[in-house]
Structures are given as structure tokens and as C-alpha cells.
Design a protein around this ligand. Structure first.
Ligand code: CAA
Length: 283
């Protein structure tokens, strides 16, 4: 049976982006959040993105209406009772993910795949709280989801080949490129990206260069679309710190120790673009 009905958990930046690309691909989406206001914000972002597509002539007004018509709000995980896949994009907290996956295991149909968009938490550990670990998988989308082509697909220890194949097919249907990886700390994307960002922060901390100079070097010298400090602000410094801690703990190797400057910024509440201040000022 192919995937047609999707539930996305979390209407934040990632969840709303995932809901948008699923609905654009013709899938029916329940966009779940604990709060109605979060759903309203998420659907507002989706509407804005679709309107830009209409303005740019990439989509008609009718298509936009049809895409929005495929997304319905959900405030209760029990709404997963008739879906083919759930993609969880809630907060990066293992206890919360355990609770969500335990509930989903009880309420979702037997055939349903339970996927998580976690950026670094172990898929195998999330799967272990369910009675269907072979149907649990990582689908790691990149931010901004409507723009970025990659979906890192992470196989937990128990993930079946059949489930992997279905998720790969669904990813292609979303016009994204699936790339298969195994379940190790940080997977591949963040195992490579975050130490680079962390090193850029050490470089700043040590006064080797200004933030602008560090970013210019990586943009102009390596053709990166954003410098590492600008990218850290864009991702969120709390998320960067969290992922570095997962790498540090997961490998037990000091090369992954988070920069003290990163810790200090997070303690100050300077979390990047979302709080108006990070390495740069967005106010
Ligand atoms: N949502 C939807 N569309 C967006 C968008 C958003 N948040 N931000 C930008 N876009 C679209 C714009 O509308 C524009 O589309 P058109 O040209 O078709 O109109 C296009 O993207 C390019 O945008 P801009 O011209 O405004 O700016 P840009 O050329 O600098 O591109 C960018 C913006 C795509 C974000 C680019 O800077 C970029 O690729 N940055 C790096 C992003 C990246 O590395 N992402 C991965 C982060 S790591 C991660 O996500 C994993 C994790 O676990 C932490």
C-alpha cells in the first residue's frame, strides 16, 4: 500500500515545511500541534510560501487552494488513527519523543510507519519504546524544507528494508533526494556540519578573525551559501549546542566539545535569528 495519508507532529519551522511539501505532492496531511496558535502560525507560513509561488508563476491560485485544502489541523495524537505515516517534528527532547512514540504506537494503524525528523537523537532508542521498531525510521529534512533537496533517511537497528523502501519512494514523490545513512550520533549531516560551525565559533572566540571575516572566508572561499556563524544563527544556537552535546556524549571524544562561547550565547538567550540576536543582530 502506498503512502497517502500523513500526520506531521509539530507545526514549527520544520513541521510546517514538511506539511507543505507533503501537501504539494498531493498527500493528505494532518498538521498536529499541542496548541491551536502554533497550528495557526504554521499554516500562516505555508500560506505565505504558497502565495510567493503564485506570484512567481510557479503555481496557480487554484493549485494553492487545493494544497491548503489537503492540510487539516489536529490537536490530538489520536487523530493518527487512519494515517499511513507519521512524521514527528516536535522538540528535540528524548523524554517527549518517547511519550509521543508510545502514544502513536497505541493509536496509529498497524501498517503505519512512525518517522522522526530528529536532527541527532538515536532512532533505535526512539523505536525501542514501540512495539513496531521495524516500522520506525528517521526522515531528517533540512531547513528551509521547501527549498532544500536532501532528506537524510536514517535506518534504526531494527528498521525493515520494506519500510526503508516505502520512505525512499515517498521522499522521491516529495521531489526530494533520499540519502541512506545508519544510526550513529549526528548521523552524517550534523556530524560533519556541526563540528565545522563549532570550529568557526572557537575561531571567533580565539580572536583569529571577526565574525564577518570568518563568514566571508567560507562563503567566498568555499562557495557556501551562508557563512558558518550566519548559518548557526539561522539554525538556532540552542540547536547547535544540543547537537554538539549529542556528538560529545555519543562518541565520548573531546574533539566534539562545544565551544564555551556557544554555551555563553545560549545562556544569554542569544539563540540566533529566532530571538533577534545571535552572532548577528536581527532587530
Ligand atoms: N521558506 C521557503 N522558501 C524560502 C525560505 C524559507 N524559509 N528561505 C528562502 N526561501 C526561498 C526564497 O523564496 C527563494 O526562492 P525563489 O528564488 O524561488 O524566489 C530562494 O529560497 C532563495 O532565497 P533568497 O534569494 O532569499 O536567499 P538565498 O539565495 O540566500 O537563499 C537559502 C536562502 C536557501 C536559505 C540559502 O542561504 C541557503 O541555502 N543557506 C544554507 C541553508 C542550509 O545550510 N540549510 C541546512 C541547515 S542544517 C539543517 O537544517 C539540519 C539540522 O538538523 C540543523
Amino acid at each position: 500500500m502506498s503512502i497517502q495519508n500523513v500526520m506531521v507532529i509539530g507545526a514549527g519551522q520544520m513541521g510546517s515545511g514538511i506539511a507543505q511539501v507533503c501537501a504539494q505532492a498531493g498527500l493528505t496531511v494532518k498538521l498536529n500541534d499541542m496548541k491551536q496558535e502554533a497550528y495557526e502560525r504554521g499554516i500562516g507560513t505555508i500560506t505565505k510560501n504558497l502565495s510567493r509561488n503564485v506570484e512567481k508563476g510557479r503555481m496557480t491560485e487554484e493549485e494553492k487552494t487545493a494544497v491548503l485544502g489537503r492540510i487539516t489541523p489536529s490537536l490530538d495524537l489520536k487523530d493518527a488513527h487512519d494515517v499511513d505515516i507519521v512524521i514527528e517534528a516536535a522538540v528535540e527532547n528524548m523524554a517527549i519523543k518517547h511519550s509521543i512514540f508510545k502514544t502513536l504506537d497505541e493509536v496509529a494503524p498497524k501498517h503505519a510507519i512512525l518517522a522522526t525528523n530528529t536532527s541527532s537523537l538515536p532512532i533505535t532508542e526512539i523505536a525501542a519504546v514501540t512495539n513496531r521498531p521495524e516500522q520506525v525510521i528517521g526522515m531528517h529534512f533540512m531547513n528551509p524544507v521547501p527549498v532544500m533537496k536532501l532528506v537524510e533517511i536514517i535506518r534504526g537497528l531494527a528498521t525493515s528494508d520494506e519500510v526503508y523502501k516505502k520512505v525512499e519512494e515517498m521522499t522521491l514523490q516529495l521531489s526530494k533526494t533520499p540519502v541512506e545513512v545508519n544510526d550513529f550520533p549526528g548521523f552524517v549531516a550534523n556530524r560533519i556540519l556541526m563540528p565545522m560551525i563549532n570550529e568557526a565559533i572557537f575561531t571567533l572566540q580565539e580572536g583569529v578573525a571577526t565574525k564577518e571575516a570568518i563568514d566571508d572566508i567560507m562563503k567566498l572561499g568555499m562557495n557556501h551559501p551562508m557563512g558558518p556563524l550566519q548559518l548557526a544563527d539561522f539554525i538556532g544556537l540552542d540547536t547547535c549546542l544540543y547537537i554538539m552535546e549529542v556528538l560529545h556524549e555519543g562518541f565520548g571524544d573531546s574533539k566534539y566539545r562545544p565551544s564555551p562561547l556557544l554555551r555563553q550565547y545560549v545562556k544569554a538567550g542569544w539563540l540566533g535569528k529566532k530571538t533577534g540576536r545571535g552572532f548577528y543582530d536581527y532587530t
